[in-house]
Design a binder for this molecule. Structure first.
Ligand code: GLC
Length: 736
């Protein structure tokens, strides 16, 4: 009976027996070529994978295999790493070995506002939402690294890439870049903070050789990268093209090893900019980990066969190679082989909502005399004038150029919002740049207009004169020599005869609003004849809707300038006293720490519009500021509280800013420095108390003789402000 039973039931347990036998007989490594125990600690998985790799495989993961990807290890089941630009949207697919479009039809994205607009929101929460949305788009598009954020400091208003960066103050940029990076990386996508460092001009970006004091390096140019590494935990970082103290930054041991890896403890991957490595030994020993964009075949890359040959000859240290590989494997296990990562999403309603919210919150109301804005209910005829009301701004500008699913033009946004009983009439006003190129493809050809300037002006004046209000939409664009990578601007003046046209329009109709689409400061010779001015940045896919939200008052503007608008170029620290610009050789940052408002306040130069300036459709009153204690000790802290009230009739947000002045210091320090900000939303009549926590580290300066951060006991002032030139309350305290 027993035998019959076993035979009868064998068909149920026989398969399990087979598996059991198979499992016992096959060596562990044939089942899981790489340590597939995803629950294992990251470092264990890194060590396990590294131990299985040959010398050739170790070198092969350190450099590109295509324009935007690097190889994994096929034999071990380690996937390739794919990356994509850029800081405000996921670029379209390009050809394997080439910059040109690949012509896919499923790679359109949402373009978020460029990072100057994000910086202008002064909103940490929004910066986090921005990073989440961007990370989801990159994740859905199967990108393991998104090549952003760009965080280089505004040193000159002529720098072509300022629109991709976050302004002139390291504290503001640091506070916003941290939530951005953290939320990108929650998608299992690596941020890649760039360009490390001192990439502050474009024309000679491949050869300019920056010399700057250690104090300015640590107080102005490094803090945002330090925050990205130490506070946000960025998994990768991109070097810049320029030199620093005679070495390319990609060859700088001081920057990449001493500061980045040793002092800051960076455990991620140092990625080159595309073609920024120029020598194998220099790059290897400086601390480069991954090479992209070098010309020639991938095997000829500096970190490819030349590095392998050097290793085989004993010229390079195998431990140094292993450190590079550990970093790349860590990146792979954090991204492509991260089992916990979500699946992302593309062009979702939430992403468009985020783009619109950031855009509306970033628009800065620079001037609004007579309350021309928001557009009043009794307005029935709106004249919209200017090329930038139509021009696609998500295209062009270099690496940040995007192929979007849609881009709502400013004209379209105004028409959508104006309603049926309002007539919106458009006149071109000027022809600046009717077409644009995106990675070699001509786009935007619908703007070609053969009419003469006189004809265009005459039409614009006639349209303006007939309207209740004129909205002039001009500014800059993404063409070379405007806001564009690889070029600096020839001047800070508006091009295409816009200044003359604005004067003529203001003559024709004094109810004129000038909206500047740009990522940089421009001069405004017409500022006294124009009652309202909006700085509207490059707002991306939802530009028209975000702009209309503010124009019609659905959103009360709350943006504040992340950089100064100088009255003239010569006032700027990078151009003061006729300093050479751009600079192909030794490039001394002689102004040191005095960048942006730090400079204008030291030289007592009145700017056109100050750092932190931005108006609202309502008004805010600051109550008495109270300090929790008169003195703080080392490692101690104190609180400053200030009640803020909305005394107007419209709900709105105010960015309450905290600047610190070191009244008595053995070293020269800026008159004041931004060390805190809080954005508060207030209903009409509502009061909220804003609290700032002052800890000793906010009082420090970098002592470059001691090579460390120090604070000196003595008197300090805390200035509570609505703008750097609008101090509302001052309190004193002492550091013991
Ligand atoms: C460019 C840019 C960099 C970009 C990279 C890839 O030259 O400097 O910001 O991410 O190459 O396009």
């Amino acid at each position: 009976m027993t035998i019959i039973f076993i035979v009868m039931t064998a068909r149920f347990y026989f398969p399990f027996l087979l598996c059991l036998v198979a499992a016992c007989s096959t060596r562990q490594s044939e089942i899981n070529p790489v340590y597939l125990d995803f629950s294992a600690p990251l470092e264990d998985r890194v060590e396990d994978a590294l131990s299985r790799m040959t010398l050739e495989e170790k070198v092969s993961i350190l450099h590109a295999q295509s324009k935007f990807s690097s190889a994994g290890v096929q034999r071990l089941g380690i996937p390739d790493i794919s990356c994509s630009d850029g800081p405000n949207g996921v670029r379209q697919e390009v050809l394997w070995d080439d910059w040109h479009h690949a012509g896919w039809t499923n790679d359109s994205c949402v373009a978020f506002p460029t990072l100057t607009a994000l910086a202008a929101t002064w909103d940490r929460e929004l910066a986090g939402q921005y990073g989440k949305a961007l990370g989801e788009e990159a994740r859905f598009r199967e990108k393991n690294i998104i090549l952003g954020p760009g965080v280089n400091i505004f040193r000159t208003p002529l720098c072509g890439r300022n629109f991709e960066y976050m302004g002139e103050d390291p504290y503001l940029a640091s506070q916003l870049v941290v939530p951005y990076i953290r939320n990108v990386q929650k998608n299992g996508v690596s941020a890649c903070v760039k360009h490390f460092c001192l990439n502050n001009e474009e024309t000679y970006r491949n050869q300019t050789d920056v010399y700057v004091s250690d104090r300015a390096l640590h107080e102005i140019y490094l803090p945002v990268f330090k925050a990205a590494v130490k506070d946000a935990g960025t998994w990768s970082l991109m070097t810049s093209y320029n030199k620093y103290e005679g070495d390319y930054t990609s060859h700088s041991h001081k920057l990449l090893s001493e500061i980045l890896k040793e002092e800051w403890g960076f455990d991620g991957v140092v990625v080159s900019d595309w073609g920024s490595i120029h020598d194998t030994e220099a790059a290897v020993k400086a601390g480069m980990d991954m090479e992209f964009g070098t010309s020639g075949s991938y095997s000829d890359y500096y970190l490819a066969d030349p590095y392998l040959a050097g290793l085989e000859e004993g010229k390079f240290d195998m431990n140094e190679l292993d450190d590079k590989c550990r970093r790349v494997l860590r990146l792979i296990f954090r991204t492509a082989m991260n089992p916990e990562r979500p699946f992302g999403s593309l062009c979702s309603d939430e992403h468009y909502e985020t783009a619109r919210k950031v855009g509306a919150a970033g628009i800065v109301l620079l001037k609004n005399n007579g309350g021309l804005l928001p557009v009043r209910k009794d307005v029935h005829r709106i004249a919209v004038i200017g090329e930038n009301a139509l021009k696609k701004m998500t295209i062009g500008g270099g690496a940040a150029s995007l192929k979007v699913q849609h881009e709502i033009s400013i004209l379209q946004g105004i028409k959508d919002r104006a309603g049926d009983d309002v007539e919106v009439i458009y006149a071109r006003g000027y022809v600046g740049s009717p077409t644009t190129y995106q990675d070699g493809i001509l786009v935007g050809t619908e703007l070609i207009d053969e009419r003469s300037a006189d004809e265009l002006t005459a039409e614009a004046i006639q349209v303006a004169a007939s309207a209740d209000i004129v909205i002039f939409v001009g500014g800059m664009n993404k063409d070379g020599g405007q806001d564009c990578e690889g070029f600096d601007r020839p001047s800070i003046d508006l091009l295409y005869g816009q200044n003359e046209l604005i004067h003529a329009l203001a003559e024709a109709n004094p109810n004129i609003v000038v909206a500047l689409v740009s990522g940089n400061a421009v001069s405004m010779p017409w500022i006294d004849t124009v009652p309202s001015v909006l700085q509207t940045w490059y707002l991306g896919s939802e530009a028209g809707h975000a702009f209309a939200d503010v124009l019609f008052g659905d959103v009360n503007p709350s943006g504040k300038l992340p950089f100064t608008f100088p009255k003239q170029l010569g006032d700027s620290p990078a151009h003061y006293a006729g300093k050479a610009f751009p600079n192909p050789d030794r490039n001394d940052y002689a102004e040191g720490i005095y960048v942006g408002y730090r400079w204008y306040e030291k030289k007592d130069i009145q700017p056109l519009f100050a750092f932190g300036h931005g108006l609202s459709y309502t008004e805010f009153e600051y109550g008495q500021a109270k300090v929790s204690r008169a003195t703080i000790r080392k490692k101690g802290s104190l609180q400053i509280r200030v009640p803020v009230t909305n005394i107007g009739k419209t709900a709105g947000s105010e960015v309450v800013q905290l600047y610190i002045s070191d009244v008595e210091c053995s070293l020269d320090r800026p008159e004041k420095e931004l060390k805190g900000f809080e954005k508060v939303y207030l209903l009409p009549g509502e009061t909220k108390t804003v609290t700032f926590n002052i800890s000793e580290d906010l009082l420090q300066y970098y002592d470059d003789t001691a090579g460390t951060w120090v604070s000196e006991p003595g008197e300090f002032e805390a200035k509570i402000a609505a703008a750097s030139d609008d101090i509302r309350r001052t309190v004193r305290f002492f550091l013991k």
